[in-house]
Ligand binder design. Structure first.
Ligand SMILES: [Zn+2]
Length: 306
């Protein structure tokens, strides 16, 4: 039923009055009921941004710098907008280990020395293996992610003490949902421990290692892919032979750092009937961290069961 013009006018007037009243009370500093400013948080990727959102809820304002699923984060170029966000951040979550060096650089050039900075690689305690390179993809390492969640809760509590109890509670809830993922890895280890897998780039290695699987990929192959370099013909042949010779049970394929040579590996795996498990560096659209990682571990388990 349409409202009469006079009724609509009356509604409009009362709405305007309410608005005016609202303005009046918020400018009254003695009121003290205004909502607190949200904590400004910058995460270098949407992976950490999502975890911060889980823990901070509506008390945080999160900016995730890298979130394009079609872009290789290893070659991301930060811009002035990122610089601005970082200069205002109260809490910063970076990956570290050379993955997102621009974060520290921009904090410095933006003269932000008061932000609490959480560096996931430092939290992990992971270092380069003897003669090898550090695998910086620590967000595939669930014990590290649990520890990062605690550090985030602590940093947010410092910036917003009134939210401390909520942050601690949310971090506990997050970790409770993370624990089953470690249990799934342990189950894979029980059933498939010692079996070989191939990778295109080190992104899934903490997950495959926790699952007891052995990476058979020539290190020169995955390192070249990660750096965006060409793989030598000899190394490529050696890598492709893993599939034709059925030396691996699955290929864990990083879709975000793909190129002609990783595509050759993918075709060789498919031709030899070796299951391909796709993974990414950043959070796919429409997923949260826990849902994404559950999908990754489940896909690995079902590939190995084939
Ligand atoms: Zn990577």
């Amino acid at each position: 039923m349409p409202l009469s013009t006079s009724r609509r006018l009356a509604l409009l007037t009362s709405a305007s009055l309410a608005l005016l009243a609202g303005c009046g009370s918020s400018s009254d500093s003695a009121g003290g009921t205004s909502t607190p400013a949200r904590v400004a948080v910058v995460a270098s990727t949407n992976v950490y941004g999502d975890i911060v959102r889980h823990i901070g809820g509506d008390r945080v304002d999160v900016t995730s710098i890298i979130s394009d699923p079609d872009q290789d984060p290893h070659s991301y170029e930060a811009d002035t907008q990122n610089q601005l966000a970082l200069s205002k951040a109260k809490v910063v979550v970076e990956n570290g280990g050379g993955y997102d060096d621009f974060v520290d650089r921009m904090l410095k050039s933006g003269h932000n020395d008061s932000a609490a900075v959480i560096n996931a690689v430092k939290v992990s305690g992971r270092t380069a293996p003897k003669g090898g390179e550090l695998n910086e993809h620590v967000w595939y390492d669930f014990p590290t992610v649990a520890e990062v969640a605690d550090r985030i809760a602590a940093a947010l509590a410092k910036a917003d003490p009134d939210g401390a109890a909520a942050f601690t509670k949310n971090a506990a809830a997050f970790k409770a949902k993370l624990a089953p993922l470690e249990a799934k890895e342990a189950q894979i280890k029980k059933e498939h421990g010692g079996e070989g897998v191939a990778i295109t780039e080190p992104v899934p290695l903490y997950m495959t290692e926790a699952s007891g699987l052995v990476d058979k990929t020539p290190p020169a192959f995955s390192e070249a892919v990660e750096e965006g370099d060409d793989v030598s013909p000899r190394v490529l042949q050696e890598s492709l032979a893993l599939f034709s010779g059925r030396k691996v049970k699955a290929l864990v394929y990083n879709e975000q750092t793909s190129g002609p040579q990783t595509e050759k590996a993918e075709s060789a795996a498919k031709a030899a009937d070796v299951p391909v498990v796709p993974v990414t560096e950043t959070l796919p659209k429409g997923k949260d961290y826990l849902g994404w990682m559950t999908g990754n571990v489940d896909a690995l388990a079902s590939a190995l069961a084939k």
